[in-house]
Design a protein around this ligand. Structure first.
Ligand SMILES: O=P(O)(O)OC[C@H]1O[C@H](OP(=O)(O)OP(=O)(O)O)[C@H](O)[C@@H]1O
Ligand SMILES: Nc1ncnc2[nH]cnc12
Length: 172
């Protein structure tokens, strides 16, 4: 299945010069959504995964169903101020702004193998920050899985030797 047909591209959102890849058109199509998660599951099948971590908000709609499909737990990595228990936090830049991500200090056990999942890899700031949070808790990041990779932004360079997997590549 060519998932590209299910992604809507919006020029100049949320600011001029950004070509926004809108996954809501894929999410509302039950067949395409299910197949996308099934294909991600196949892409990560060689990895030993104890838990999936996904950054708010779009990382939830990819990471949580993937965790369910694999029969592993899901850890939400949230924007600052949302999690109720003790957290660690890291600030970062993204393609169109700045933010801070947080995770509960007991979300990951030291030594657990963690797959990070999100809808899209752009500059890699979100995922590098997620990797930092997981590693601060003692987790080992065994891979990062996405629906979409914006290859020109070279986000995977921020991830050093972490394996990066994506269903779709965009050149712009
Ligand atoms: O590789 P990067 O340059 O970090 O960009 C990618 C991130 O940007 C988007 O999230 P956003 O922060 O817009 O939040 P949202 O999921 O709440 O829309 C997207 O869902 C990724 O998480
Ligand atoms: N171009 C883009 N489209 C959709 N989400 C994004 N997050 C960061 N860059 C993005």
């Amino acid at each position: 299945m060519d998932f590209r047909d299910s992604i809507r591209v919006i020029p100049d959102f949320p600011q001029p010069g950004i070509s926004f890849k809108d996954i809501t058109t894929l999410l509302k199509d039950g067949e395409a959504y299910r197949r996308a998660i099934d294909e991600l599951k196949a892409l990560v099948s060689h990895l030993q995964i104890d838990v999936i971590a996904g950054p708010e908000a779009r990382g939830f709609v990819v990471g949580a169903p993937l965790a369910y499909a694999l029969g592993v737990g899901f850890v939400p990595i949230r924007k600052s101020g949302k999690l109720p228990y003790e957290t660690i936090e890291v600030g970062y830049d993204l393609e169109y702004g700045k933010d801070t991500l947080a995770v509960h200090t007991d979300a990951i056990k030291p030594g657990q193998n963690v797959l990070i999942a999100d809808d899209l890899l752009a500059t890699g700031g979100t995922i590098a920050t997620s990797v930092s949070l997981v590693e601060q808790l003692g987790g080992k990041v065994v891979g990062a899985a996405f629906l979409i990779e914006l290859v020109q932004l070279a986000g995977r360079k921020k991830l050093n030797d972490i394996e990066v997997m994506a269903l779709l590549n965009y050149e712009d």
